[in-house]
Structures are given as C-alpha cells and as structure tokens.
Design a protein around this ligand. Structure first.
Ligand code: FE2
Length: 215
C-alpha cells in the first residue's frame, strides 16, 4: 500500500487538476466518519485503532514500556496522516499549475516522511512485539485477538484491505489463506474473495494458487 501510493505520488502530474483530484480523493482521510472504506490513509489509521483496542491492553501487561512507545508512534503517525490529507485539500484549491507543482513536491516530502516512520514502526512491531507476544500468549489466545479484529471490520473495509493484502502475499501464504477460507467461509464470501484475488493478484501467481487449493 505504501509503496504503491509512493509511486503514484512521485509520478503524479500536479499541473493536471483532474488526475490530482483522483489522487487526493484516494488518500483523503476522514477520521470522523471514515466515509471512504478504501481511502489509503484511513486504512493506515485503522492499524492504530485495531491494535490499541484489541492487542495493546493485553500486551501492555507484559511489555508496558514498548506499548507506551508504540502508542506514541501511533499518535505521531496520525498527526502526519492528517497533515497530508489537509495539504492535499489545500493543493486542490490552488489555481495555478506552478503552485500545485510546488505543493505537490512538498506533499511528496511529507508522504515520504510518513512512509519512513510507518515502516520503521511496523518493523519494530514485527521485531519486538511479535516475539514478546509469542512468549507470553498461546496461539489460541492470539487467534482470538485476530478474530476480534476481523469481526469488528465492516465488510467494505475488509474487502478494501484484502484488495491490498492478496497481491502482497506469496503463493504459499495465499494458498494457505484460500484453503482455510475454502474450509470455513460461506460460499458467497469464498467466491467474492476469489473474484477479488483473480482481479488483483499477479495472474501467474493466482493460477498457481488455484491449482494448489483446487478453486
Ligand atoms: Fe502499530
């Protein structure tokens, strides 16, 4: 998601109002109502909400200092996401192509700073939080947390996230996911997710998954 948005920002022609409007709409963040389930910054922002409501209360009991620092990161990331959304709107109000190009350059810098901070944060969660949780929680306990996060996702946001997640998985990971869904998901849900995979995943990779899982 971050790499894709970064590519779009760097190649966007900010002199062109129409294409810039599409880009800004896609990254728009509306924290009050999250009106666009697919909005990229909204999905990044929900990372913090999901962790802070489901994972962190339990994890803080075994790693309070780490969790305190990760929450501080979330606040910093939220501040950066809001600034980017506001900068995008201000950019669209500009009447001159030169003004938008300069504002677009600054928007790129802000976004790159967010992406660097975000990836550093995610890496720290993988490097420090995941081993801490594996040490203190059982697989069923962590599975229950995962289930709680998935259960509180509205279906449209779930599909927006899957639209990013499916093309980012390798064949083994995708096959495991689809095999699990094939066993337990209602047929309409399996079909909807299979259709999404066919549309979003690299065709050669998706064909390999279908063969392995028998879709
Ligand atoms: Fe986080």
């Amino acid at each position: 998601m971050i790499y894709g948005l970064s590519t779009r920002l760097q190649t966007n022609d900010f002199a062109d109002v129409a294409v810039t409007k599409v880009l800004v709409t896609d990254i728009e963040n509306d924290f009050a109502v999250a009106r666009s389930a697919g909005c990229i910054l909204c999905i990044l922002a929900h990372h913090a909400v999901d962790e802070e409501t489901v994972i962190f209360p339990a994890a803080a009991k075994v790693g309070n200092r780490l969790i305190t620092e990760l929450i501080a990161d979330h606040h910093d990331l939220t501040r950066r996401e809001l600034e980017i959304a506001q900068s995008g709107h201000a950019l669209l109000e500009m009447s001159s192509a030169e003004g938008r190009q300069e504002a677009g350059r600054r928007l790129n810098l802000l976004a790159n700073e967010l992406f660097a901070a975000y990836i550093t944060h995610l890496n720290r969660e993988e490097r420090e939080l995941v081993p801490l949780m594996q040490e203190h929680f059982t697989d069923p306990e962590m599975g229950a947390m995962q289930g709680k996060i998935i259960a509180q996702l509205p279906p449209d946001r779930m599909f927006a996230i899957l639209g990013w997640m499916l093309p980012s998985l390798n064949v083994t990971e995708l096959s495991h996911l689809m095999a699990t869904l094939k066993q337990g998901a209602p047929p309409p849900a399996l079909k909807a997710i299979s259709d999404l995979g066919a549309a979003r995943v690299d065709p050669a990779r998706w064909t390999a998954v279908k063969l392995r899982v028998g879709l």
